[in-house]
Write a protein that binds this ligand. Structure first.
Ligand code: PLP
Length: 415
């Protein structure tokens, strides 16, 4: 064994380039680093109010935020149990693994699923939604479920085009959108786009540890759910958003003890987003993701083994990128980059066929939340190093491609 096999270079800050949880800013960690306050005191009420308002504001809605002590799976279920009842039909728009998973929960709750499944390479065509809604003369479809950014395929649906399709069909279905991967990263405009319920969680673009999840509910959805609730009481007590929206006392907002220190962290992250400004947040993610794409396309050119899952730029997410390494086992590269580079890349999800070596030839780069050029360039540089180490063919110069793109974009912004 050579001496060098014991060398470890990862002295310093580690970086998560997985698509959630994401990197947590020092400011957020510091805000959490204190004793829990009295859950019956005024301070925790104010912090909770600040989080609820901050989330709704970032979503661009007059709607209200419901906070759950849960992960994203919790709000998948919460949105369904509040809005639908067994045997209701819902139109599920799938662009990858996460739509399917939401659908499995809906099915287990007894809903009837009408599925538009476009696979892992493209996005939903709103005219399909329009056709299906037009055909639904009996108005059996009560809701439309769509994932904004699908974190497995790294596609991004054009939710802004759904409203026109739904109104063209003059259909009353409630539009529920999963923005768990995109919120805090890419543009989502709840009221202007006609979204009735938006769901998200703390650990991705919202830069806070996992454990808080949100349903942002507009008036229409709130009233609709209330009417259902008056008819029957099937909605489960913990997920019921009525007492959380209209609490008799503060304790009802969380159906129990408030998640004190997570709330301090989340409020600080919202302050940071606010200070940066929404438009800058979106543009920053656009430029950082563009740097990733330029780099990968360059590495994969002229016989290099890498390629982007979503070919058409306009269909790609700015929060996460899914990459193939042709027939190479990329897990070895990931392992090496983690061990010697201090960076964790995301695994492939949902690509289980032989073509993708049961998923081992696929990886993802999360570029969400607390991220700047030096962080993403570090990730991309280590990727090049890892390809070299494992003898996976690539065309050198990916970093130059990324930095040239960055300079060009900034120039066009008159920076
Ligand atoms: C991460 C994610 C989820 C699941 O969230 P968990 O917190 O892991 O339960 C759901 N949908 C999308 C789009 C996601 O990115």
């Amino acid at each position: 064994m050579s001496k060098s096999s014991n060398i470890k270079l990862t002295y310093g800050r580690e970086h998560l380039a997985i698509p959630g949880p994401s990197n947590i800013p020092q400011r957020v960690l510091q805000a959490m680093n204190r004793p829990a306050p009295n859950i019956y005191g005024k301070e925790i009420e104010l912090v909770t109010e600040g989080v609820r308002e901050g989330i709704a504001k970032f979503a661009n809605t007059n709607g209200k935020t419901v906070i759950y002590v849960s992960n994203g799976h919790g709000v998948w279920e919460a949105s369904l149990v509040n809005l639908f009842r067994p045997n209701d039909s819902v139109l599920l728009c799938s662009t990858g693994h996460f739509g399917h998973k939401w659908g499995i929960i809906a099915k287990r709750l007894g809903l009837n699923i009408i599925h538009i499944d476009v696979g892992f390479n493209t996005i939903i065509d709103p005219t399909r939604i329009e056709e299906i809604l037009k055909d639904d003369r009996a108005r059996k479809i009560k809701g439309i479920l769509a994932v904004h950014t699908d974190t497995s395929s790294s596609s991004r649906n054009r939710i802004q085009d759904f409203k026109e399709a739904i109104s063209a069909a003059k259909h009353p279905a409630i539009l529920v959108v999963d923005a768990i991967a995109s919120f805090g990263c890419e543009r989502i405009e709840m009221d202007p786009w006609g979204i009735d319920v938006l769901i998200t969680a703390s650990q991705k673009g919202l830069m806070t540890p996992p454990g808080l999840a949100y349903c942002i509910v507009n008036e229409r959805a709130e009233n609709y759910a209330k009417k259902l609730n008056n008819k029957d009481q099937i909605v489960s007590p913990y997920w019921d958003w009525q007492p959380r929206l209209n609490p008799a006392r503060f304790y009802d907002i969380f159906s129990g003890t408030a998640p004190t220190n997570l709330l301090f962290g989340q409020l600080e992250a919202l302050n940071m987003l606010n200070e940066e400004g929404r438009e800058n947040v979106f543009l920053r993610h656009e430029i950082l993701s563009g740097m990733v794409w330029e780099c990968i396309e360059h590495l994969g050119s002229k016989g290099g083994a890498l390629s982007l899952n979503i070919r058409d730029k306009s269909l790609r997410s700015n929060a996460v990128t899914t990459i193939f390494s042709r027939q190479f086992d990329f897990s070895r590269v990931r392992e090496w980059i983690s061990r010697q580079g201090g960076v964790d890349l995301g695994i492939g999800i949902g690509f289980s066929s032989k073509e993708f070596l049961e998923g081992r030839s696929v990886f993802r780069i999360g570029h969400m939340g607390y991220l700047n050029p030096h962080m993403i360039l570090g990730v991309l540089s280590l990727l090049e190093a890892g390809l070299k180490k494992e003898n996976i063919p690539f065309t050198p110069g990916g970093i130059t491609a990324a930095t040239e793109f960055m300079v060009k974009k900034l120039r066009s912004q008159r920076d």
